[in-house]
Design a protein around this ligand. Structure first.
Ligand SMILES: Nc1ncnc2c1ncn2[C@@H]1O[C@H](COP(=O)(O)OP(=O)(O)OP(=O)(O)O)[C@@H](O)[C@H]1O
Length: 438
């Protein structure tokens, strides 16, 4: 983890831009044998008259002529295969690596979660590292003292806070690094795959915090291999391939290109990968609507509130495999509804409907509803694979024999199902039994 203030600043006229990357390239010298590195350093210092210095090794372009800019408040996802240059780009933006050519300007305070091992002093305790990092970031001792409890609570590493960081597991390291990074009021938060290290519950906590930071106007650069996270959280995506910027555009277009490239490169044929209809700003708006009011007003039936709870009625979003959970919906019927019909869907964060039903499909006769307020509950079991599931709710009528929608909440909340230790991945959980006969 690293924190710093920007070295280069943008001119005043471009103050809506927070980051500007202009024809950026980074070349590394690669040597086939370690001894060649020494030879090269010797050859470049000792030049024999009349003879060209011998070159050892070869140039490797980790980044090649990359240009893009990021506006204040945007969240940009960076995607690409291993070795495509993502970390190199983030390190240059964060100022820990210098470019070979091109310009980079950042207009504000950067807080960066780079690869493990960067940032904290391994000999110092967690507490000392928090204080040191905050001081480097320009946070005053009083401010950091006031925030220390929050940082400690977010990291949730117990007594390890007073142990040297070198004794930490990678999960503990990331917990503390993330806690510090989000509590130093950055203008730009840079996150390099750090979330992949934490457990599911911690990832969810971090993503919730990222959502809060987005609402507070923080600009975010997020490297992720998860196309789901990209689509759900980013306004735009950048696809890097062998150091070159291949596409900068809407997440679903970038994901489609990236996914088809992967299939191509693996020797398959291009396929039409289902990608989400909406974009992150829509999801964010929906999430806002839901968190603030969970309300959809219509002239016939309005959805007033949706609560996801456990069996005991406690609001929860994380469930173990097969845990029971409930979705309770409150509605207001404005005009009498003689044949009401309620629907529920579970979707992937990519907006793919994984399961859907209605009271009509289930042959449930609800009778006529007069104007008034009603509550109904879907009781389900989380018998699916470890993953995130978005809940969508619909209300309508089937008075004419066909379903007519009155109101729909496409993002009424979500649940995270914890992975089973011996389960598979994906969405289903068919609990296979494996037999092997020789
Ligand atoms: N110091 C270095 N010296 C030589 N080559 C390097 C150096 N740092 C990175 N590279 C090379 O540059 C390329 C880009 O690396 P980078 O770590 O930026 O990729 P990445 O997209 O972040 O990969 P990953 O997803 O695996 O983290 C890789 O081929 C890597 O081997």
């Amino acid at each position: 983890m690293l924190m710093q203030t920007a070295a280069n600043t943008l001119p005043e006229s471009t103050d809506t831009l927070l980051v500007n990357v202009d024809h950026l390239s980074k070349v590394f010298r690669i040597y086939d044998k370690p001894a060649d590195r020494l030879r090269q350093s010797f050859a470049s210092r000792v030049k024999l008259p009349g003879r060209a210095a011998r070159e050892y090794g070869r140039n490797f372009w980790a980044l090649h002529d990359v240009s893009f800019s990021v506006k204040r408040g945007e969240t940009i996802g960076i995607i690409g295969r291993n070795g495509s240059g993502k970390s190199t780009l983030l390190q240059i933006i964060a100022g820990t690596l210098s470019p070979s050519s091109g310009e980079i300007a950042v207009n504000g305070r950067i807080s960066a979660l780079l690869e493990l091992g960067a940032g904290f002093n391994p000999e110092f305790s967690g507490r000392e590292n928090v204080l040191l990092s905050a001081r480097i970031m320009g946070v005053s001792p009083e401010e950091i003292a006031a925030r220390f409890h929050e940082i400690e609570a977010f990291a949730d590493i117990g007594e390890f806070i007073d142990q040297p960081v070198k004794t930490y597991s990678s999960g503990m390291y990331v917990r503390l690094a993330f806690a510090v990074a989000i509590h130093v009021s950055p203008d730009l938060l840079v996150v390099d795959e750090a979330l992949a290290v934490g457990d599911t519950a911690f990832q969810t906590k971090c993503l919730t915090r990222i959502r809060d930071m987005q609402k507070a106007g923080v600009t975010i650069l997020l490297v992720t291999h998860s196309t789901n996270t990209l689509v759900e959280y980013c306004d735009r995506a950048i696809y890097l391939k062998r150091g070159r910027l291949i596409k900068d555009g809407p997440c679903r277009d970038v994901v489609k290109l990236y996914a088809n490239d992967l299939v191509d490169e693996e020797g398959g044929r291009a396929i039409d990968i289902p990608v989400p209809e909406g974009d992150a700003s829509e999801a964010r708006e929906q999430a806002d609507t839901v968190s603030e009011t969970k309300k959809v007003v219509s002239d016939k039936t309005s959805i007033l509130d949706v609560k996801i709870t456990d069996e005991d009625g406690r609001e929860r979003t994380t469930f173990a495999f097969d845990d029971p959970f409930r979705i309770t919906v409150s509605i207001r019927v404005a005009q009498p509804n003689h044949r009401p019909c309620f629907g529920v869907q579970l979707k992937s964060v990519d907006d793919i409907v994984l399961w859907s039903t209605t009271t009509q499909h289930m042959n449930i006769e609800l009778g006529s509803l007069e104007a008034g307020t009603y509550h109904f509950t879907w009781s389900l079991r989380a018998n699916f694979s470890g993953n995130r599931y978005v809940v969508a709710i619909g209300v309508g009528d089937v008075e004419s024999g066909e379903y007519k929608r009155h109101a729909r909440l496409p993002y009424a909340g979500h649940i995270d199902v914890l992975p089973q230790s011996n389960g598979g991945s994906g969405w289903l959980a068919p609990c296979p039994v494996f037999d092997f006969t020789k």
